[in-house]
Design a protein around this ligand. Structure first.
Ligand SMILES: O=C(O)CCC(=O)C(=O)O
Length: 335
C-alpha cells in the first residue's frame, strides 16, 4: 500500500472522481450556501470564475517565463516590470523535471503577470462575495509572501496527504487554488481532497505527510475534482489534500492565493500585500504594501490597474495602459 500511486488509486476507485459530496458551485448558487459548505466540509469548488481567454494568455505568458529559466535574463526583460524581482538563483540551471515554483510577482513575461491578470478578474468576479462570506468580512488582505505560482510537469506520484496548517503556515485560514486551464484527472497533475476536514491538525511525519493509511481509510471521503478552465477550489488550513500525478508529462500552471480578513495578528504577512475593500458597494483595491527590499512594486501597481478596468475587458485593453502609466502608479505604491 505504501508504494501505491495516484494513477493506480484512480484506476481502482473511479468513484473518487465524482463530486459525491456536492461541493461544486456556480454563479447561480447563493454565496451564503457556498460559504456554509466551505465551513462544514473545508473545501468548495467554484466553477467558471476566471474568463478562459484570460487563462489562455496567462498560460502562454507563464510558459514563456519558464522558458527563460536557465538562460541569461537580460534579453528577456526590458519591460516596465523589470524593476521587480527576477527568479530565484535556484532556477539558474533551469527547471526541475517536475517543473518550478515561484513567488507570484516574479512570474511575468514583459508586461504580463499571470497573477495580476487572474487576481484582478477574481476581485471582479461572482466568487468575490463568496470569499467575503467565507472570511466574514469585506476587508480582505492578499498576503503575497504566502502565495505561490507553479509550473508542474505531471509525473507518477506515490500516495500522500498533507494539511496546509503544517505544510504551509499554521495561521493562514485558507488557500485558493486556481489552475490556469483545464486540470483533468488521469491527465494533468491536480489536487484531491478528503472531506469533511477534521477541523484540527492531524499527526504528520517530518515531511508533513499525514500518511497513506489516513487516505486509504477515508476512501469514501476522497474527491479528485476535474477542473474545467475557469474553475477554482478553496480549501481550509485543516483540509487534508494532495497533489495528484499520473506520469503523463502534461503541463499544469497554477496559482495558490492566500488571503484573509484584515486582522492584526496577520500583519506580519502583509509585505508584500494588497487590500481589497468595498467603495460604494464595489470591491476595489484600497491599499498596497511593499517595502523597498522586496521587488513586487510593479506587480502590485499592475494588479491595481487591471482591477480598475471593467470585468472581462478584451485582452488588448488589459495590457495597454501599463507602459504609459506604470511608473506613475509605482510612485504611489513604493513606500
Ligand atoms: O499545486 C500543488 O500541487 C499543491 C498545492 C497545494 O497543496 C496547496 O495549494 O495547498
Amino acid at each position: 500500500m505504501g508504494n501505491q500511486t495516484f494513477r493506480q488509486l484512480v484506476e481502482q476507485h473511479p468513484e473518487i472522481l465524482a463530486d459525491r459530496h456536492k461541493l461544486a458551485f456556480t454563479r447561480q448558487d447563493s454565496a451564503a450556501e457556498s460559504a456554509t459548505r466551505f465551513r462544514e466540509e473545508g473545501v468548495v469548488m467554484l466553477r467558471g470564475v476566471i474568463p478562459t481567454d484570460t487563462l489562455d494568455e496567462c498560460r502562454r505568458a507563464f510558459g514563456r517565463f519558464v522558458g527563460t529559466l536557465g538562460k541569461p535574463r537580460r534579453n528577456f526583460d526590458d519591460s516596465a516590470m523589470a524593476v521587480d524581482d527576477g527568479p530565484s538563483p535556484n532556477w539558474d540551471k533551469g527547471e526541475e523535471d517536475s517543473g518550478s515554483w515561484h513567488p507570484p510577482w516574479v512570474v511575468r513575461d514583459m508586461d504580463q503577470s499571470p497573477t495580476a491578470m487572474v487576481l484582478s478578474e477574481l476581485i471582479k468576479s461572482w466568487a468575490w462575495p463568496v470569499i467575503e462570506r467565507i472570511c466574514d468580512s469585506t476587508d480582505i488582505v492578499v498576503m503575497f509572501g504566502l502565495c505561490l505560482a507553479r509550473h508542474r510537469i505531471d509525473e507518477d506520484l506515490l500516495l500522500g496527504v498533507h494539511q496546509d496548517v503544517t505544510a504551509v503556515n499554521p495561521e493562514v485560514p485558507l488557500s485558493i487554488w486556481i489552475p490556469l486551464g483545464e486540470v483533468a484527472p488521469k491527465k494533468h497533475s491536480g489536487l484531491g481532497f478528503i472531506v469533511p476536514s477534521p477541523g484540527h491538525a492531524l499527526p504528520a511525519d517530518s515531511s508533513n505527510d499525514v500518511g497513506v493509511d489516513y487516505l486509504m481509510s477515508n476512501l469514501d471521503k476522497v474527491w479528485v475534482p476535474h477542473y474545467h478552465a475557469g474553475d477554482l477550489t478553496i480549501h481550509s488550513r485543516y483540509s487534508p489534500h494532495f497533489t495528484t500525478g499520473y506520469g503523463t508529462r502534461s503541463e499544469r500552471y497554477s496559482l495558490e492565493i492566500r488571503l484573509w480578513a484584515k486582522e492584526d495578528h496577520l500583519a506580519k504577512y502583509y509585505d508584500p500585500s494588497l487590500r481589497v475593500s468595498r467603495r460604494n458597494g464595489v470591491p476595489v483595491i484600497v491599499e498596497t504594501k511593499c517595502s523597498l527590499g522586496i521587488g513586487a512594486h510593479a506587480f502590485l501597481a499592475n494588479t491595481a490597474m487591471l482591477a480598475m478596468q471593467p470585468a472581462s475587458a478584451p485582452a488588448a485593453r488589459r495590457r495597454a495602459p501599463i507602459g504609459q502609466t506604470l511608473m506613475g502608479a509605482l510612485r504611489s505604491v513604493v513606500r
